[in-house]
Design a protein around this ligand. Structure first.
Ligand SMILES: O=C[C@H](O)COP(=O)(O)O
Length: 241
C-alpha cells in the first residue's frame, strides 16, 4: 500500500509572524484529516525553527526547500543536512524546477543533494517535469526519463518521494488534466525499481481540483504551492474527500 503525502511548498513566502498566523488557522483543521495521510509543510529556512517548535506534538511534518551536499564548509548561502535535522526537519524538496531554472541546478547537483539528504536520514521529495515547449515537441516522456535516470543514480528508493510537476502548470492556474497527470505518473512509476515510492502531482493544485486529482489511481498526493499559503485553502486540500 503506497502512502498518501500532501506537502505545502511555501517557496519564498511568509515571515515568522505570518507563519505563526497560518498555523493558528490551519492546525485545528487537522482533527478531520484521516490518520494515514502524511502532511508536510516546507516553509523558507528562516521559518523552520519557529514552526518546528509550534508543530511539536502535532501530526504535521517539517520539510525544507533545499539542502547542500556537504556536511559543512565554505558555501555561502547554503544549508547543510545536520543543520536541518537538528531543528526537526524530516523532508526536503530537491530539484524543484525553480531551482533548475533560476539557480543553475543540474541533474548532477540534484543527485548529490539527494544522496546527502538520504545519508543524513532526510526523505527527499524529488521534482521532475517538462516545459511547455518540451511537451509541445512530444518530449515529455524522454525529458522525464532522462531526469530520473540521472537524478536517481545510487539513490535508495525506499526513502524517496517523487513529485511530477509539469513546469507549464506551476503557478499558472493551468492544471495538467488529471488523467494526463495520472498517465505520466504511471510512466514515472514504470521506471522505478521500488513500486511503493509515493508519487505526487504538483502544478496549480487548488481546493476545487484536489478531489479529481486524488481520484486518479497512480497519484499518491500533491505538492502544493500557492494554495498552501492560506490556512483554509490548504486545509481543504489536505482534507480532500
Ligand atoms: O512546489 C509546488 C509547485 O511548484 C506548484 O506550485 P503552484 O501550486 O503554485 O502551481
Amino acid at each position: 500500500m503506497r502512502k498518501i503525502v500532501i506537502a505545502g511548498n511555501w517557496k519564498m513566502f511568509k515571515t515568522q509572524a505570518e507563519s505563526a498566523e497560518f498555523l493558528s488557522g490551519f492546525l485545528p483543521h487537522l482533527e478531520e484529516t484521516p490518520s494515514q495521510r502524511e502532511v508536510i509543510l516546507c516553509p523558507p529556512f528562516t521559518d523552520l525553527s519557529l514552526i518546528s517548535k509550534s508543530l511539536h506534538g502535532s501530526r504535521v511534518n517539517l520539510g525544507a526547500q533545499n539542502v547542500h551536499w556537504e556536511e559543512n564548509g565554505a558555501y555561502t548561502g547554503e544549508i547543510a543536512a545536520p543543520m536541518l535535522l537538528e531543528i526537526g526537519v524530516r523532508y526536503v524538496i530537491i530539484g524543484h524546477s525553480e531551482r533548475r531554472q533560476f539557480f543553475g541546478e543540474t541533474d548532477a547537483t540534484v543527485n548529490l543533494r539527494l544522496k546527502a539528504a538520504q545519508k543524513y536520514g532526510l526523505v527527499p521529495i524529488l521534482c521532475v517535469g517538462e516545459t511547455k515547449q518540451q511537451r509541445d515537441a512530444g518530449e515529455t516522456e524522454s525529458i522525464i526519463s532522462t531526469q530520473l535516470k540521472k537524478d536517481l543514480v545510487d539513490i535508495d528508493q525506499a526513502n524517496l518521494i517523487i513529485a511530477y510537476e509539469p513546469i507549464w502548470a506551476i503557478g499558472t492556474g493551468d492544471t495538467c488534466e488529471s488523467k494526463e497527470a495520472n498517465r505520466v505518473i504511471g510512466l514515472i512509476r514504470s521506471q522505478l525499481t521500488n513500486p511503493l515510492v509515493p508519487i505526487q502531482y504538483g502544478g496549480s493544485v487548488k481546493p476545487n481540483n484536489i478531489d479529481e486529482i486524488m481520484e486518479q489511481p497512480e497519484i499518491d498526493g500533491a505538492l502544493v504551492g500557492g494554495a498552501s499559503l492560506e490556512p483554509d485553502s490548504f486545509a481543504r486540500i489536505v482534507n480532500y474527500q
